[in-house]
Design a protein. Structure first.
Length: 338
């Protein structure tokens, strides 16, 4: 089981490292890489076979315990740097100095750990992760990023509680090894899931979007192939989904005559559902429908192009499965309104 946990956390660490390599590194992204990599190292050191082999190298020093405690201390430091980097009151110029101080403090308490004094490290972990939890709660929202932050907050809170328990036991005269409880293992998995949540959810949503708009996209692109540049085979799933939305919007604009045709006054339906149904019928039979103004194509107010295209795709799929008379979906002109 320990090897499986370590593998899962290392996969998350690799994903975050690849993200930083592919995009411009920022203090927050670098801190996330260090944090999840430290959690991955801690998960590996918690495997009994690994601990036994390390202790065989230094039987009297307890090398595996020292490295395990150092890994969680570095995790707390990197997490705190990530939390501080999003504080609006902290100038960007001062962020590097603050990060240096936090990492230097982690080195100092790591030195104390090597000397057999875990209390400074436990205090450091409590203070660092308290800032992470407080900052994270302020940024939790029902969005992909907010859900990822929520998982990081939950994992950090678990480590925070375990560190507080360690302090209590140390005060009672008991020996406590940082990272020895099962809470640390669970926290590593939860934090790793939080750090890659946005990447995974975005990819899954892009796959779903491509599937939902596949028919509409295929019809419009075959009708207006000029909206596509390249074959898109070298692109990522997320970019292909974004490109497909742009293809649909461009093709609809061309089908509307790029705004060059005169159209009689038309009233847009207040219901976006009715509007999407009329557009779907127009897409299916442009020759037998009235020429629509480009105003019909633009996403309704408050709706993103992605949501609008997906709604059109659903309406188009409905009329293809259950066609209705064209007259039932013709837009109303101002002359026809009493």
């Amino acid at each position: 089981m320990g090897w499986i946990v370590a593998l899962v956390v290392w996969i998350a660490a690799g994903a975050r490292t690849g993200r930083v390599a592919a995009r411009q590194p920022t203090p927050l992204r670098i801190a996330m890489v260090i944090a999840v990599s430290s959690a991955a190292c801690a998960s590996t050191l918690a495997v009994p076979d690994v601990a036994l082999r390390l202790d065989a190298l230094a039987p009297t020093a307890g090398l595996s315990e020292i490295l395990l405690e150092l890994a969680w201390t570095l995790f707390a430091a990197a997490s705190a740097v990530g939390a501080v980097s999003v504080w609006p009151i902290l100038p960007r110029r001062a962020l590097r100095a603050v990060a240096t101080v936090i990492y230097a403090a982690a080195v100092l308490v790591g030195t104390a750990l090597a000397g057999g004094y875990p209390v400074p490290a436990l205090v450091f972990i409590v203070l660092a992760l308290a800032s992470v939890v407080i900052t994270g709660i302020l940024h939790v929202a029902w969005t992909p990023l907010g859900r990822g932050i929520a998982l990081v907050v939950v994992g950090s809170a678990m480590v925070l509680v375990a560190a507080v328990v360690g302090l209590v036991r140390e005060a009672a005269g008991e020996t406590w090894i940082i990272g020895s409880s099962g809470a640390y293992t669970i926290a590593a998995v939860v934090v790793s899931a939080g750090t890659v949540w946005v990447l995974v959810e975005t990819w899954l949503r892009a796959r779903r979007d491509l599937r939902r708009m596949s028919v509409l996209h295929s019809v419009l692109v075959s009708r207006f192939p000029e909206v596509v540049e390249g074959d898109g085979k070298g692109s990522t799933t997320v970019l292909r989904a974004s490109d497909s939305i742009a293809h649909v919007m461009d093709a609809l604009y061309l089908q509307a005559g790029a705004g060059m045709f005169e159209t009689r006054a038309q009233n847009l339906p207040e219901s976006t559902t009715e509007r999407s149904r009329i557009l779907a019928r127009w897409i299916d039979d442009p020759a037998g429908s009235e020429v629509l103004d480009t105003e019909w194509i633009a996403p309704p107010q408050g709706m993103s192009p992605r949501r609008w295209v997906l709604q059109l795709a659903e309406a188009y799929a409905e009329i293809r499965h259950s066609p209705v008379p064209v007259a039932a979906t013709e837009p109303a002109s101002e002359e026809s309104v009493p």
